[in-house]
Design a protein around this ligand. Structure first.
Ligand code: SF4
Length: 422
């Protein structure tokens, strides 16, 4: 006799939005989010952290967009990120416009510190025209002072009212592509606020205990708040806010969802770059073929399929094994180190063979068995591709030029200088 499957409470229905390729709400799998700690202007450092977060289980990653250089960084990061990117905006509405110009798949606005109605509506109109959702990210610690005063502090009602007011402004410009968070560092307050938000809105809810602190106490606080709500069927996407390496956040989020039976456990974890102007192959086709073959063999590894050898091995250095295309060849790498170079039409076959050996022999043995000259050949291919396609294969330069114009137009010289000094 088969046992009935025990699940947590039925999910409360919400409408569905899409952060890039990730559906949120409306019965979609609950997604895991995290946030980078690098300076967003540091493109390579930020991308490397984004790949590490994706490998640890993050479905969506947020990056701060606090200065023009950050927006310019986003113009280069977004086309190379394996997961959708949300720009975090505080105080400066022109940074939201610049982030949209950079191509981000989502925005987070804090109604407590971006207060001018005309600016909020301008951002919402621009997001509407581009089909980009916004999270109304209310935070007990930075609540609008007038709302806090009227409610006698950051009460659940005050947090929900702040979100409702922002929603009303969005509605004035016909923008409804929204998710909501009402975070607090107090677990009981956060639970009460989300319960009220869930009764009040049908928008997807992003759960989190803000400033939970370092593990283990931070993990316990965040889990207490998030798990309680999930068990009641509340919440569509989650983030652990830990004072720790953000990889810990992504891992914790993923583990919580798996423990509660809300996400499937992973066997093979195939990651693939989204492909961009540098791609040398049909990444989707190769990734699908690799996935089929590796799943058939039940390979318990994280395997990366990357569109180019210029950035692929570095971006996917957290993966156990990967392959990156370039100059009609496949460059096989283990933990970011090139071990073999094969003809392009043998990429999938070589990847599968190496995966089997890696499972049987282990990382050290396979690194020791690297083909002589493979790393040098890959480096030569990388340089040759850089020469052919240049440094700006994604035409990020055009977006950056437009961001500079936009920031100058919107903010004026004084405000732009202020933004830069934050
Ligand atoms: S094609 Fe290259 S640069 Fe573009 S996303 Fe893939 S690995 Fe990154």
């Amino acid at each position: 006799m088969t046992r009935p499957v025990v699940t947590v409470a039925e999910r409360r229905p919400t409408r569905q939005i899409h952060i890039g390729k990730v559906a949120v709400g409306g019965g979609a799998p609950i997604s895991v989010q995290s946030m980078t700690t690098t300076k967003t202007a540091d493109v390579e450092g930020t991308l490397s952290q984004i790949y590490a977060l994706a490998a640890a289980g993050a479905d969506i990653v947020r990056c701060t967009c606090n200065e023009p250089e950050a927006a310019e960084g986003l113009a280069q990061i977004v086309p190379r990120s394996p997961v959708p990117i949300v720009a975090d905006i505080h105080f400066h509405h022109e940074m939201a416009l610049a982030a949209l110009e950079a191509g981000v798949q989502g925005l987070r606005l804090n109604p407590g510190n971006l207060r001018k109605e005309s600016e909020i509506k301008l951002v919402a109109s621009e997001a509407r025209d581009r089909g980009v959702p916004i999270r109304i990210g209310v935070n007990a610690g930075s609540l609008h002072p007038e709302i806090a005063k009227r409610h006698g502090g950051a009460t659940p009602e005050a947090l929900v009212e702040s979100a409702r007011r922002e929603l009303e402004l969005f509605a004035e410009v016909d923008f409804f592509d929204v998710k909501i968070s009402v975070k607090a560092s107090s677990v009981p307050l956060m639970i009460a606020a989300y319960r009220l938000a869930s009764e009040t809105f049908d928008h997807p809810l992003h759960l989190g205990v803000t400033e939970a602190g370092p593990p283990p106490a931070g993990l316990i606080k965040a889990t207490a708040g998030i798990a309680t709500l999930l068990a009641e069927g509340i919440g569509d996407t989650i983030r652990y806010s830990l004072t720790a390496d953000p990889v810990e956040e992504a891992r914790a989020g993923r583990q919580l969802l798996e423990a509660m039976g809300l996400r499937e456990r992973k066997g093979l974890d195939l990651i693939a770059c989204p492909s961009c102007g540098r791609a040398e192959i049909d990444v989707i086709g190769v990734a699908a073929a690799a996935q089929r073959a590796l799943e058939e063999r039940q390979i318990p590894l994280q395997v990366a399929v990357m569109g180019c050898v210029v950035n692929g091995p570095g971006e996917a250095r957290e993966a156990d094994l990967g392959i990156a295309a370039g100059r009609h060849k496949g460059h096989l790498f283990i933990k970011g180190k090139i071990v073999r170079v094969v003809p392009e039409d043998q990429m999938v076959e070589a990847l599968v063979a190496e995966a089997e050996r890696l499972v049987a022999e282990g990382v050290e043995a396979r690194l020791a068995a690297a083909e002589a000259g493979a790393a040098e050949e890959a480096e030569a291919d990388r340089r040759a591709l850089l020469e052919v396609k240049g440094q700006d294969a994604n035409r990020s330069g055009e977006r950056i030029a437009r961001i500079r114009e936009l920031v100058a137009e919107e903010a004026g010289p004084a405000s732009a200088a202020e933004g830069r000094s934050q």
